[in-house]
Ligand binder design. Structure first.
Ligand code: PLP
Length: 355
């Protein structure tokens, strides 16, 4: 028997969520597969979306090459562009699309020897203040790219910093800045991540960029009849049971002490698998489908749960860490983080894919 920790990936839910993103956004939508498909397996997710997705987005050329070498066709956008000019040759060779976020990168394009026109997504900093051209530089950048003779297609892109907050003026302000910056220039546009797609229907451009919503993550506090479905079930089992008297500490540090006689289940999942070590006592789990709670400190390979309200549970009982009936965002909230981070951190589990 092998260690029972499993990440079961529902590829039909992924396709459902992609179709939902496309329907809500209109136009075209890139499926964002960076960070190994937010921990779900980028190649398998790309294959599941082949012929359905308008294109894919990744953070780095290594991720793009991995997809190409696995046979993935269609547009793949490097969301952060290139990190050194030598990558431009690979961008051409693997027929990738690339973001451009600085004027220096236009020098790189002008200096590059290319045989095919590039597709460049020019990133404009409309208020996130991370990557992107200052709005005042966009016209000049656009003109230089066209004049270089090396760029065949330009998409203007921006990224919202607070699209998941629906009662916040920042997103409309960023949108207005972006629209003003483009003025009458005839370029395609891309503004929305998942939060924008779900929460800001009036601010969609030509291309959406759907990430966490593809995986059933939360991205806006809005309830839709057709909410994204969870894609990952992160499941393990109880591997041992302890009967403790009141007043007994559990696990490293002894920070949790039983208040009453307690049956404790030891579960094969720990922070080395991506479960957040900082998750406090009370963090929800599903014990054979019933809500239960974490107690004691999460260790590298194991965590402990309270079985007092689960008399039928014993060695072998399934425990869901997150997934259907236990959204990862709930676990994340208890641990002071977001579901994005939980998904990205999953490792060492056996990955099982269902169509
Ligand atoms: C990661 C990323 C996205 C996807 O964001 P989600 O919130 O996961 O939908 C979109 N655009 C850019 C530029 C990104 O880096």
């Amino acid at each position: 028997m092998s260690r029972p920790l499993t990440a079961t990936i529902d590829l039909s839910a992924l396709r459902h969520n992609y179709a939902l993103a496309r329907r809500l956004h209109g136009g075209k939508v890139l499926a964002i597969l960076k960070a190994n498909g937010y921990g779900h397996g980028a190649v398998r997710c790309a294959e599941a979306l082949a012929g359905i997705a308008d294109g894919f987005g990744v953070a780095a050329i290594e991720e793009a090459i991995q997809l190409r070498e696995a046979g993935v066709q269609g547009p793949i956008l490097l969301l952060e562009g290139w990190f050194e000019p030598a990558e431009l040759a690979l961008i051409e060779r693997y027929e990738l699309w690339t973001a451009l976020h600085s004027l220096e990168q236009i020098d790189d394009i002008e200096a590059a020897e290319l045989t095919r026109p590039l597709t460049v997504w020019v990133k404009i900093d409309s208020g996130m203040h991370r990557l992107g051209l200052a709005p005042a530089d966009f016209r000049q950048a656009h003109a230089r790219l066209l004049a270089s003779g090396k760029v065949g297609r330009i998409v203007a892109m921006t990224h919202f910093s607070r699209a998941d907050e629906l009662d916040c003026a920042t997103t409309p302000q960023q949108h207005a800045c972006f629209v003003e910056t483009l003025a009458d220039l005839p370029v395609e546009t891309s503004l929305c991540n998942s939060g924008g797609i779900l929460g800001w229907p009036a601010l969609h451009g030509d291309w959406g960029r759907a990430g966490v919503m593809l995986y059933g993550g939360t991205a806006a506090d809005r309830l839709l009849p057709d909410w994204p479905r969870p894609v990952m079930n992160f499941d393990s089992r109880i591997i041992a049971v302890r009967e403790l008297a009141a007043g007994e500490p559990i696990g490293y540090g002894g920070g949790f002490v039983t208040e009453r006689p307690t049956r404790v289940g030891v579960v094969a999942c720990g922070y080395a698998d991506g479960y957040p070590r900082v998750a406090p006592a009370g963090t929800p789990v599903l014990i054979d489908g019933q809500r239960g709670r974490l107690i004691g400190r999460v260790s590298m390979d194991m965590l402990t749960v309270d079985l007092n309200d689960h008399p039928a549970a014993g060695v072998g009982t399934p425990v869901r860490l997150w997934g259907e009936d236990l959204p990862a965002c709930e676990v994340a909230a208890a641990a002071g983080t977001i579901d994005y981070e939980l998904f990205c951190n999953v490792k060492r589990a056996a990955f099982v894919y269902h169509d």
